[in-house]
Design a protein around this ligand. Sequence first.
Ligand code: NZQ
Ligand code: ZN
Length: 384
Amino acid sequence: MLNFNFKNQTEILFGKGQIKEAKSRLPQDAKVLFLYGGGSIKRNGVYDDVIALLDGVNFHEFAGVEPNPTLETLMQAVELVRAKNINFILAVGGGSVIDGAKFIAAAAHFKGEPWDILAKGAAFAHALPIGAVLTLPATGSESNGNSVVTNKATAQKRAFASDLVQPTFAVLDPVYTLSLPVKQVSNGVVDAFVHVIEQYLTYPVNAPLQDRFAEGILQTLISEGPKALATPDDYDVRANVMWSATMALNGLIGKGVPQDWATHMIGHELTALFGLDHAQTLAVVLPTLMYVQREKKRQKLLQFGRRVFNINNSSEDEVIDLTIKATQDFFENMGVKTRLSDYNLAEADIDKLVANLERNGMTALGEHGDIDLAKARQILTLAL
Ligand code: NZQ
Ligand code: ZN
């Protein structure tokens, strides 16, 4: 096992009605930015619960954080924070709103050009504290320090990470997820599944506990994901999906083990250039990445196939082929298409994707740093 430090500062308030607990977690002198997205919270009752939570609290609203939040929109919120001396952000929504809150929190008192935090990894010393009310289980953003922001002007989707922007508390009420469109339920399950894979499907370092944690989350998503589509009103199913997605990317399973993240980095270019949903990009890239990296990932592919999908053929190569197929079938069964052509993309588009990877310095991806531009092209070409 590799060395690691582990601390997760986010207090999880999980279950029906738990938003009531959040009031006592707001700072005494809070001047709150109530941040949300395109308005789904006004249709499903979450907005009213937040307004009740903020009764007697000094707050300002900022609506309109879009899926794949943009620098352009978030900078408007930064201006509001600066103008009103806001000192706490309450992010209410999915990963996009929570990621957006993290950027605003870091940019608010940043002296230079805020985009440099993402584009150049510029350091920042202070960030406003954040609380989250999660409405879409997928990203794990509610209890991690990661944020992904898109610069529309330059067609770049970049990430930054810092403990300083990790939420102090997160309300996880599965009831809030009952209003999700089917597509977002599907996307969320696929995203959480791939988060586990990025931290699990690398090479063995004798970390059996991390492996079993990862396999437990994968198996839970494989069993509960389809149920969330078949019986959408089932609270318990939603609760299990929600907790799985949080556990998939709250840091725990990735400690002491190598991590990959190449699927995500290649996927970000698909969103930046062609607007695919985040989970759609992952469903396209992962199966062919597994195929191209099959020798480097051989031991873990075999373990994944045998333990998670119960594939027990005597030929190792057959186990690997069937494991890749089972992964792809799972995504398709969840309603997320797995070929570039399903999204009307063709060979010529791959040149643009590879050029953007190069522009963003994504030339040595994966747990071995061996996914260069040629390999990325191979992965994308096989996914046509
Ligand atoms: O904007 P509103 O009106 O709220 O609608 C949203 C949005 O249209 C809707 N929605 C959310 N909760 C709902 C709901 N609709 C009905 N009922 C509800 N309860 O769903 C749509 C998608 O929301 P979004 O927040 O964009 O989805 P998601 O949570 O999948 O977040 C995706 C973003 O997170 C980033 C992605 O790159 C993408 O930008 N990621 C963040 C990560 C992190 N912070 O650790 C890791 C991930 O790998 C990912 O990269
Ligand atoms: Zn993801």
